[in-house]
Write a protein that binds this ligand. Structure first.
Ligand code: NAP
Length: 458
């Protein structure tokens, strides 16, 4: 192992695993890869973000499992970067450190009332129904009748669809049991998705938009499917996805409701300006301004308020206007973009120079965009930079040898890949009798116990 270059990857989501696979595939030079994760479980948003009723998307983990079998791969779960191991400690032990931590928090609307009770960031709601152990205690009051989801992206669609799934649809998924219990007792009748621009500008992808029209217990309704003149003119040059979105939305708009117990409504050209509360400090309505589409100087089409306001009564609000990154200890951070400061994957310090041996990949490198597969190319680009720097002798020159001693001293609780396999076995064998892919362990203690092979009762 002496000639191998050692790389630490922080984060075991898709971008981390793609980078690991690509590094392990290199032979000149060859690498040994250690992947660290704060959670006892790997796979990042594949486990904690992808909607539970999309099992096919999750099957990407089979490729990651294969990577984990590589003799030069190690996994150290339940290791918190910044606490259990520091940036300096890793740079003392690795030729390169790759940050692949994703963008873990929500973008804020920045309007009054945003934090009233009943108003949730989509990031938390998604983490809750997916059994993320930091969010298992979230209280979502689904006795409400009307929910509003702000934002016109795929996460907004995921949230709306999860709220609308029938118990028999949910029953076959790996949705966290605590969420299934609450969702099955839901009294929701209306779910309204608010888009600040028009149908042509919506960020949905076609399969996700089509699913909204196929819900067993909800009709889909569109308010504002017709295009404004500027969008109509732009339609001819629009890409396939956006053109098809417009067609799908117009087809939905022409549908007669089938009388299903719920309605999922998409409303275009409105921006939230305030969340209004009742005397208990709970959301009672969302105040919106109607927008029109205007052309910016660069030709892009933007929303502009018309000065006309309206209140939409609702008891629940999910804010789904995109994710943003959080600073990772003292790793250089671009506050404005919410990303680790980098040029093409090389981390850039305050002096404008590459921080030797430090790299970044995935959403925390480029921002929260694209699908899982987008990270494959992104990680390949970063790994290409690492290879270039390795061949030019520009990697970090670590003094200390292996990380194992450090972990034994500072993070004895760390969980190896075999620990994850024990969690996996506990979850999948609990799911099998119910015809579900798994029953997720959603509490830290239960995960720890399962990882160490103890019987769990959670
Ligand atoms: P997104 O695709 O970036 O969509 C964010 C939406 O929020 C946009 O419609 C945006 O409108 C709107 N928005 C931003 N700021 C706003 C504001 N202040 N007021 C009102 N609306 C505002 O983000 P996302 O839905 O979080 O998804 C993140 C990424 O994950 C995307 O690439 C998505 O495709 C992907 N994803 C994929 C799947 C899947 O493949 N099934 C599922 C989930 C997520 P403007 O366009 O006007 O800015």
């Amino acid at each position: 192992m002496t000639d191998l270059l050692r790389v630490a990857i922080i984060g075991s989501g898709p971008s981390g695993f793609y980078a690991a696979a690509q590094l392990l595939a290199a032979d000149d030079p060859a690498f040994a890869v250690d992947v660290f994760d704060r959670l006892p479980t790997p796979f990042g948003l594949v486990r904690a973000g992808v909607a539970p009723d999309h099992p096919k998307i999750k099957s990407v983990t089979r490729a990651f499992d294969k990577t984990a079998q590589h003799e030069r791969f190690r996994f150290f779960g339940h290791v918190d970067f910044g606490t259990d191991v520091t940036r300096e400690e890793l740079l003392e032990r690795y030729h390169a450190v790759v940050y692949a931590v994703g963008t873990s928090t929500d973008r804020r609307l920045g309007v009054p009332g945003e934090d009233l009770r009943g108003s949730h960031p989509a990031t938390e709601f998604v983490a809750w129904y997916n059994g993320h152990p930091d969010h298992s205690g979230l209280e979502v009051d689904l006795q409400a009748q009307r929910a509003v989801v702000v934002g016109a992206g795929n996460v907004a669609i995921d949230v709306a669809r999860m709220l609308a799934l029938a118990p028999e649809e949910l029953a076959l998924t790996d949705t966290a049991d605590h969420a299934i219990e609450v969702l099955n007792r839901s009294g929701l009748k209306e779910i309204t998705i608010l888009a600040r621009r028009g149908p042509l500008q919506a960020a949905f992808t076609n399969p996700e938009l089509l699913e909204l029209g196929e819900l067993q217990r909800a009709d889909v309704e569109i308010v504002g499917a017709e295009l404004d003149p500027l969008s109509q003119a732009a339609l001819a040059d629009a890409d396939k996805t956006r053109t098809r979105n417009v067609e799908i939305l117009q087809e939905y708009a022409a549908r007669e409701p089938a009388g299903k117990p719920m309605t999922v409504r998409l409303r275009f050209l409105v921006s939230p300006v305030e969340l209004l509360g009742d005397e208990r400090g709970h959301v009672r309505a969302i105040k919106v301004e109607r927008n029109e589409i205007v052309a910016r100087e660069d030709g892009s089409l933007a929303a502009k308020g018309t000065g006309e306001f309206e209140e939409i009564p609702c008891e629940l609000v999910f804010r789904s206007i995109g994710y943003t990154g959080e600073p990772l200890g003292d790793v250089p951070f671009d506050e404005r973009r919410g990303l680790i400061r980098n040029t093409d994957g090389r981390v850039i310090g305050d002096d404008g120079e590459h921080c030797t041996g430090e790299y970044v990949t995935g959403w925390i490198k480029r921002g929260p965009s694209g699908v899982i597969g987008t990270n494959k190319k992104d990680s390949q680009d970063t790994v290409t930079r690492i290879l270039e720097d390795a061949r030019a002798g520009r990697l970090n020159a670590p003094a200390a040898q292996d990380v194992v001693e450090l972990l034994a001293a500072k993070a004895e609780h760390h969980i190896p890949w075999e620990g994850w396999l024990a969690i996996d076995e506990a979850e999948t064998s609990a799911g099998a009798p119910q015809g579900r892919p798994r029953v997720k362990l959603t509490e830290w203690e239960a995960l720890r116990r399962a990882a160490t092979g103890a019987r769990t009762s959670s």
